[in-house]
Write a protein that binds this ligand. Structure first.
Ligand code: PLP
Length: 407
């Protein structure tokens, strides 16, 4: 196995050579969106320069080429998640659309007013609002699993709320604010014993650890390209074939039909049934390249490197006066959210930006979670495979400055 060569990896990301306000860019917002390696950037260029046409529509050479590349990308994603069949991979425009697809299609077909949907307090709005829209249409109930003070979400808490009324258990693999890794496999077992389906928001999961949807017991698993070093505008919904086959289309249009007449229209087979209209073609191919890139380095190696960096950052930032971490659950990954006694998170982000450091500040699309921790917002440093201890040191020195300015 090749060693984890951080210098070579950093060289793969052209943007890391950019200067921000005359300083080296220290990019600590990968949980928001990650940067892209040359391999991905070049693949987009190559598609448009040499391989581009619409997919599945033409009998001409270019369309055949592009369709083949597009389907190759689907196979790469299927292998990446260990899906049983390529058809279980639906391309969407992101995690958000993937979850909306499940809520609209599976939810409307299978849930009624007496049913319950279980989510957690740690969800991103993308895994709250689609279920609320469904609830408002059919009158079912949403129950919410609590988060402990350290950011952990225990199996016991799930057990207390799952019942025979539960039809969907939808939760994040990893919290985008707390970094907590949820006990997916164990929860899935209980959900299945109660006849519920399991929907995993994998936006922050799949980028930090190897994911095997069959082993986890996920019925649906959603993620987006832009967090896994791939393009934006492309997302994935993995769904078990039997479930997807029973579900009605989510959107209607070209490409998703078998026959159309004014009296009756029949649907195409999977995965086309769920891919109405021209899909994000180059983006899907770019996502395939991003997966190749990560797999060439090795998912486990990336996870190990990031964990070491997270531990270093946790230790380094705990030395900063008045800094409070949000989320310290055992086994957490790659995200450090915090507040400081002396300054608002927006001020923190603005001040460290002067040193070239990009951190996120705000509610992180998780307003209920902010309420749970009784804070209006938080600052968040999140790490990708290209970050270094030096990045952490620059952040720490810059946070000391925040203290100097506001105290
Ligand atoms: N879920 C989580 C946990 C996220 O962190 C994000 C993005 O920040 C999303 C969902 C939304 O993902 P997308 O931008 O792919 O729709």
């Amino acid at each position: 196995m090749m060693p984890f060569d951080i210098d070579a990896i950093r060289d793969d990301f052209p943007i890391l050579k950019e200067e921000v306000r005359g300083k080296r860019l220290v990019y600590l917002d990968s949980a928001g969106s990650s940067q892209k390696p040359t391999q991905v950037i070049e693949s987009l260029k190559r598609v448009y320069e040499t391989e581009y046409s619409n997919v599945h529509r033409g009998l001409h050479y270019m369309s055949e080429q592009t369709s083949a590349r597009y389907e190759e990308a689907r196979s790469k994603v299927a292998k990446f998640l260990n899906a049983e069949f390529d058809q279980e991979i639906i391309f969407t425009k992101g995690t958000t659309e993937s979850i909306n697809l499940v809520a609209s299609s599976f939810g409307r077909k299978n849930l009624g007013p007496d049913d319950e949907i279980l989510i957690t307090w740690a969800e991103h709005h993308s895994n709250i609002i689609p279920w609320q829209l469904l609830r408002d249409q059919i009158g079912c109930e949403i129950k919410v699993v609590p988060v402990d003070d350290d950011g952990a979400i225990s199996l016991e808490s799930f057990k207390k709320l799952i019942s025979k009324k539960t039809k969907i258990v939808a939760f994040c693999h990893v919290s985008n604010v707390l970094g907590t890794v949820l006990p997916v496999k164990e929860v899935a077992e209980i959900a299945h014993q109660n006849g519920a389906v399991v929907v995993i928001d994998g936006a922050q999961g799949v980028v930090h650890m190897p994911v095997d949807v069959q082993d986890l017991g996920a019925d649906f698993y959603a993620f987006g390209g832009h967090k896994v070093y791939g393009p934006s505008g492309i997302g994935v919904l993995y769904g078990k074939r039997d479930l997807l086959n029973q579900m009605p289309p989510y959107q209607g249009g070209g490409g998703m039909i078998n026959t159309v007449s004014f009296s009756e229209t029949t649907w195409a087979d999977l995965p086309d049934k769920f891919e109405a209209g021209t899909p994000p073609i180059a983006q899907a191919i770019g996502l395939g390249e991003a997966i190749d890139y990560m797999e060439n380095i090795g998912l486990s190696k990336i996870a190990k490197y990031e964990l070491d960096l997270l531990n270093y950052a946790t230790q380094r930032l705990s030395g900063i006066d008045g800094l409070n971490f949000i989320g310290t659950a055992p086994g957490k990954v790659s995200v450090l959210s915090f507040t400081m006694d002396c300054a608002h998170p927006h001020d923190i982000a603005t001040i460290v930006d002067q040193d070239g450091v990009a951190v996120r500040a705000g509610h992180h699309c998780a307003q209920p979670l902010m309420e749970r921790f009784d804070i209006p917002s938080a600052a968040r440093a999140s790490f990708g495979l290209y970050n270094t201890r030096e990045d952490v040191d620059v952040l720490a020195r810059s946070l000391e400055k925040v203290n100097e300015i506001f105290k």
